[in-house]
Design a protein around this ligand. Structure first.
Ligand code: HEC
Length: 489
């Protein structure tokens, strides 16, 4: 039942999506979806400064000895301190020699495994995107090696006069928001389990309203992990929230006719759409803020906010998130490894590592050519990599026949976000009717996957189970979040 439901939701979503793409109107978010990830991050020609990627730290004439002040401090400044600083969003600071030394081996482990800095996208051998992404947090191999050598050599402090200048971190907060929606103070109880909770927020809009910037402002960063914001045009969430205004939910907000507005994780800057682009929230719509709270030993009170900035005039372009994927049947679902019969089946058997599911979808003929600004991938705890490629029937205006749109080989459910192409509007990749999209999701359903081990503990299970498609913690998904730029007529 659940899986049929998921499929039906996506099919409905697609039909409505193309209806509105076809008319390319401002019926921006009149589309259903299940769950998703991806912030439509900054778009258009205005590249926000806070989203700029740090340049690689030069290997400053390194001799044999690696020291903190001469070699490591600059790497910490460029790659870690945007979050790991006094007052930053990460739980501990890496501002000083003593702070860095205290966690040296852990920092090496986190960077070598590429858990840190948190950034899931990277080229893979079979999918290397043509365009770079804004705000790329990835370290170079040389930077990771320098940090590791420093730890191996005994974490020498070196000469403080070689210390690079201290960077300043400008606040990237939206200071001129017109709407600030704050959840009623919520107590995250002491627990060993994650708390996934949906909060119903009412922007009290009496007319359709365009916004050009949005931001999630985390309350208590000790427990807030990530947040998704959904648009609920019919107000279906009000009944689910009841008197408290919140309810337990996982993946999506648990009802249909909902669309994704943004996804946030620590360190993700506010979404600024630029001068010509906006998102529309219809009159009377509700917003659902889905919070992912970490387990904590003590109770924590959270009061996270969602801030929006209104535009006074409609923009030229609308950013429109479309969710494509979660196909469960041929011809969109392809045959793959571990299928029990010759019929393509979405099934991730217990204990299997490196299992793949592949889906192919042809954009309906009537879809006009639309720029694609941002790509997100969405799976649950088993997901390790997802690639999205397009094959175009013919080359058109600089768009190649075949292109990798995104690959997320360091996918982590905890750090879901979208990746915005670092290109002006006229250089973005485009999709249109007839283009064939291929999505490939890779899963690890073995006890070697620490995220699965935790999810099983949460469910009081001792070993992996067969996993199918669905909305629950131990179900899976294979869903792409595509942010299209469509003309507002
Ligand atoms: C975009 C923000 C951000 C950046 C940049 C960042 N971190 Fe983190 N880091 C976090 C947050 C938030 C946590 C706590 C949540 C968690 O553990 O998932 C964390 C946790 C950690 C942890 C403990 C958990 C683990 O996975 O081991 C280590 C170690 C760490 N960071 C190292 C680093 C290093 C080293 C850098 C720079 C090379 C870095 N981080 C850059 C946000 C960031």
């Amino acid at each position: 039942m659940r899986t049929n439901g998921a499929r039906r939701v996506i099919m409905v979503s697609m039909l409505r999506a193309y209806a509105s793409l076809l008319i390319a109107s401002s019926a921006a978010f009149a589309v259903a979806c299940s769950s998703a990830s991806s912030p439509p991050a900054a778009l258009g020609n205005s590249t926000p400064i806070e989203d700029a990627a740090a340049p690689p730290v030069e290997d400053a004439g390194r001799t044999a000895a690696v020291t903190y002040h001469e070699h490591v401090e600059a790497i910490m400044q460029a790659r870690c301190q945007s979050c790991h600083r006094e007052g930053g969003t990460a739980p501990f600071a890496l501002d000083t020699y003593a702070q860095t030394k205290a966690r040296g081996p852990l920092l090496v482990d986190a960077t070598q495994s590429r858990r840190m800095p948190p950034w899931g996208a990277a080229p893979t051998s079979d999918c290397a995107p043509q365009h770079g992404f804004k705000g790329d947090l990835r370290m170079t191999d040389a930077e990771i090696a320098t940090l590791s050598e420093w730890v191996t050599q005994g974490m020498v402090e070196g000469d403080p006069s070689k210390s690079p200048a201290k960077p300043t971190f400008a606040s990237d907060a939206i200071t001129d928001g017109t709407h600030t929606l704050t959840i009623p103070r919520y107590t995250v109880a002491p627990s060993t389990r994650d708390d996934m909770r949906c909060f119903v927020l009412d922007p009290h809009l009496t007319e359709d309203t365009w916004f050009d910037a949005t931001s999630v402002v985390a309350g208590d960063t000790a427990v807030v992990h990530h947040a998704l914001v959904f648009l609920d045009p019919n107000g279906a969430s009000r009944a689910k929230g009841g008197a408290s205004g919140n309810y337990s939910c996982f993946g999506g907000p648990g009802f249909t006719n909902v669309s994704l507005l943004t996804a946030w994780a620590p360190g993700v800057p506010p979404t600024r759409y630029g001068t010509d682009v906006g998102v529309k929230v219809p009159a009377g719509a509700l917003l659902v803020l889905q919070m992912h709270y970490h387990p904590a030993e003590a109770a924590h009170d959270d009061a996270t906010s969602f801030v929006l900035r209104r535009r006074n005039t409609p923009p030229t372009w609308a950013a429109l998130v479309r969710l494509i994927g979660n196909f469960e049947d041929a011809p969109t679902l392809q045959s793959g490894p571990n299928d029990p019969t010759s019929t393509p089946t979405f099934l991730i058997p217990a204990g299997v590592t490196n299992h793949t599911e592949t889906m192919e979808f042809t954009m309906p003929a009537q879809v006009p050519e639309l720029p694609l600004a941002n790509m997100g991938t969405h799976m649950h705890w088993l997901g390790t990599n997802m690639t999205i490629e397009v094959t175009r029937p013919t080359e058109r205006g600089g768009q190649p026949l075949h292109e990798c749109l995104v690959a997320t080989p360091h996918y982590d459910f905890n750090w879901q976000r979208g990746y915005s192409y670092d290109e002006p509007l006229d250089k973005l990749p485009t999709l249109m009717g007839g283009d064939k999209i291929r999505m490939r999701c890779t899963y690890d359903n073995s006890m070697g996957n620490p995220k699965l081990v935790r999810a099983l503990q949460d469910q009081r299970l001792a070993s992996p189970i067969d996993v199918r498609m669905g909305e629950q913690t131990l179900d899976e998904m294979c869903l792409g979040a595509f942010t299209f730029i469509t003309p507002v007529l």
